[in-house]
Design a protein around this ligand. Sequence first.
Ligand code: SF4
Length: 307
Amino acid sequence: MADVVGEILSSTDSGNGVDDEGPRRTRRPALSPSRASDFKQCPLLYRFRAVDRLPEKPTRAQIRGTVVHAVLEKLFALPAVRRVPDEARALLEPAWQELLASRPELSGLFDDAEDADTELREWLASATRLLDHYFGLEDPRRLEPEACELLVEAELASGVLLRGYIDRLDVAPTGEIRVVDYKTGTAPREIGEAKALFQMKFYALVLWRTRGVVPRQLRLMYLADRQSLAYTPDEGELRRFERTLEAMWDAILRAGRTGDFRPNPSRLCDWCDHKAFCPAFGGTPPEYPGWPDPLGLGVETVLDRAD
Ligand code: SF4
């Protein structure tokens, strides 16, 4: 059994490898659920994102997901009695403005629109619908989460460091843990589901290794479909998953040394921004830049976290 030397940190990561608050300290390279999922899907996609860091144009659906996640986080910061649909709707526009202020490049989101104002209004209305759907799935006035947007980190006995953000962590008075993840994306559910379960097992493993408790429930809330899916992991499964991640990290390091990241074409290529560089689609990858400064490898952006 792996020793636990992990820790759970409050969510202060700026995405650049240092904390925004408190003592500034560097971080060791880590595997995040998004990047692990990339490597599992396609090693070349992992390379393009984690090593080459090729730019990707965020879609309106991605940004909408980021804003909806921010609203739900702010909603749970309110006193329970105020967690009602009108309050959530009132939080939406300020959350969008806040995101714009921190990521000014997003102001171009509606640049290609014929009528930018109308499309912005429709886009905000679609975000409001997702929030309304959320209230159809649960009543947040009855919940007191331990944390939202929680950065969790665990080092396995093999030395592999796992790091990720949990949308919401509910802990019952009995100590039972529930991990909650909001899904706002438009990708077909059957495609996203395997990825989502991979991500949830990742969090379950980190929590098990840091708290010694296997989460009682992993809950995925599909806001567009107004459906939720609950999953109960067991210890044997998490142990197997741990070995899978360790083998994956070894494979990443091997590929990183040689630059041999192979394409693995699948239906998911439809969502890949890098087809033009992909040999499976007649492209040529940029020259391999070599293994990067390790600090960025485990970094997830807010867009990764709001799929
Ligand atoms: S297009 Fe498909 S095979 Fe090519 S890098 Fe993207 S995900 Fe991989």
